[in-house]
Design a protein around this ligand. Structure first.
Ligand code: NAP
Length: 503
């Protein structure tokens, strides 16, 4: 866990907090205004906390750190750290290459073990070449950190760690949003440790995740060679609640599996990862739901009918099978509340979610009417699915059994806020597929009119629960999945209220 701070007192405070959860701490001495002056206090902290294994890092600005001093000053800080109770010192390869062997010997003579590290903030390339440059220094640990520009870069890092793990104590991972996989799986590939931020907001490298998330959500301590890997692929994906929900389900049902956020818009990149890692299954989201179909060996009839799939299962023979759990996730909550055969249902929108709703409802015998901002798309969908369209001005004098909102209107950050006016809500039930916020303006308006509502969370949990069942053959712990998602959304809403965006 990385500890930052501009003064010794700040660092000691953060380290004292961190040590409750984690005994392996990296002190980023380059964040200190005066590292040499701070060291005695850190020495005292280490003496009082003998459980801690401490790494001293003083990365110069030229190598992506914050230390403004020259190489000689960096060495002085690391030497002093080494004799202040730090167990490991991290020396950048570029520094090692520009100092005399005697200076390196002097650093090592102070007692701390040596990590020689290399950081590439641009790409993932020539990992073996870098390894060969570091090896002659015979450090106790070799740390190579690159930047993932694609999901496939993680595969490159994993294979590299597998190759070199027998030759040295390796530490490797990829930075960046696309490198999350390597932060969770590097240990399995042979990395002797990984790096995490002390808390969210205290990241010391791009893409770093908080230690608590690594432990609680990704259960990093339990990942082994038998752990099956799943993920949600799409873009954007960083704020997806699927990893939290699905990892909770795996944990609850004691399935040895981990579920990761895979940020990509490129299907070829995703398929490389699926084959090479390999992945056991995928949730697929925008913009890949339609495009992925042609790469599947087989799919369920509803995916073929809707023209999109959100779930992939990779069989033992490596073949990919597609399923669409969105459709069931819209139908089921409604079926619980009314009989769909003959029900008159208005679907707002004509995009991916609306297609799932319209086809699914028509299949159940409902009389479906589509309204979309772009009328042509509504007409096309209605033609394909044997539904009808309606004009906006007809709404106020038409009543429905159900209104389904399948547009993003009402979603956090999307304007305008209202997809319908109060006088246009003439229905027994309103189902808003938007789930962030849980309580949307449309649902509030419906409630005020005494209309029953279904929240988008129900769909979100249902589509995930069915994915879990397809992959594991076990019944999904739906209540627990719902609980963690509601809790996380509430926390996000509270955080947003406490720190409203500045315009
Ligand atoms: P999509 O394919 O991009 O389709 C969006 C649809 O909404 C289009 O028909 C679009 O109309 C319409 N639209 C967009 N902005 C609008 C606006 N300002 N006013 C009126 N109509 C607007 O998106 P999608 O995948 O169908 O997802 C739609 C929403 O469903 C998402 O934003 C999400 O909130 C929700 N959803 C929820 C779940 C869940 O698990 N609960 C799952 C999937 C989706 P045009 O054709 O005119 O562009």
């Amino acid at each position: 866990m990385a500890i930052i701070g501009s003064t010794a007192a700040e660092m000691v405070d953060r380290a004292s907090e961190a040590v409750r959860d984690n005994h392996f701490l990296e002190f980023r001495l380059d964040y200190l205004e005066k590292p040499l002056i701070a060291l005695p206090k850190l020495k005292q902290f280490l003496a009082e906390n003998s459980v801690v294994t401490a790494v001293a890092t003083c990365r110069r600005a030229a190598n992506g750190g914050k230390f403004k001093g020259a190489i000689a000053a960096e060495l002085e800080v690391l030497q002093k750290a080494s004799s202040s109770g730090f167990h490991l010192v991290d020396l950048e390869l570029q520094t090692a290459e520009s100092i005399k062997a005697s200076e390196l010997d002097k650093l090592r003579a102070r007692g701390a073990a040596l990590i020689v590290s290399y950081h590439d903030f641009q790409t993932t390339k020539d990992l073996d070449g870098i390894f060969e440059r570091i090896r002659p220094y015979e450090p106790e640990f070799i740390k190579i950190v690159s930047t993932a520009k694609s999901l496939a870069d993680n595969v490159v890092m994993m294979h590299f760690l597998e190759r070199t793990g027998d030759m040295a104590n390796m530490v490797g991972l990829c930075m960046g949003d696309q490198g999350l996989i390597s932060r969770v799986l590097a240990i399995r590939a042979g990395s002797v440790f990984t790096f995490a931020a002390a808390t969210q907001g205290e990241e010391t490298a791009p893409g770093q995740i908080a230690a608590r998330t690594l432990v609680d959500t990704y259960r990093i301590g339990q990942i082994d060679a038998a752990t099956r890997v799943y993920g949600v692929a799409g873009n954007p994906i960083k704020h997806s609640l699927s990893p939290l929900m699905m990892n909770t389900a795996f944990h609850r049902e004691t399935v040895n599996a981990v579920y990761l956020a895979l940020q990509t818009s490129k299907l070829t990149d995703l398929l490389t990862l699926v084959r090479e890692l390999p992945l056991s299954g995928l949730s697929v989201t925008m913009p890949l739901k339609q495009e992925v179909l042609k790469h599947l060996e087989n799919m369920d009839p509803i995916s073929a009918q809707v023209g999109a799939c959100n779930t992939i299962f990779r069989a033992h023979d490596g073949k990919l099978y597609g399923f669409n759990t969105d459709v069931g996730a819209i139908i089921r909550p409604l079926e619980k509340r009314l009989s769909l055969a003959g029900a008159k249902i208005l679907v707002l929108g004509a995009g991916g979610a609306a297609r799932a709703a319209v086809f699914g409802l028509v299949n159940k015998g409902a009389e479906v009417v589509v309204l979309n901002r772009t009328p042509q798309t509504a007409q096309k969908l209605a033609r394909e699915a044997k539904a009808k369209t309606i004009r906006r001005e007809q709404l106020a004098k038409t009543s429905f059994d159900v209104i389904v909102n399948a547009t993003p209107v009402g979603m956090h950050g999307v304007k305008p806020l209202h997809i319908l006016e109060a006088k246009e809500i003439n229905a027994r039930l309103v189902f808003d597929l938007v789930y962030n916020p849980v309580d949307t303006p449309l649902l509030r308006m419906a409630r005020q009119k005494g209309v029953a509502v279904v929240t988008g969370i129900e769909m979100f949990v249902q589509q995930g629960a069915r994915q879990f069942e397809i992959w594991t053959g076990k019944r999904a712990p739906e209540e627990e999945m719902l609980r963690v998602v509601v809790h996380a959304l509430r926390q996000r809403a509270e955080a947003a209220a406490a720190h409203p965006p500045r315009h």
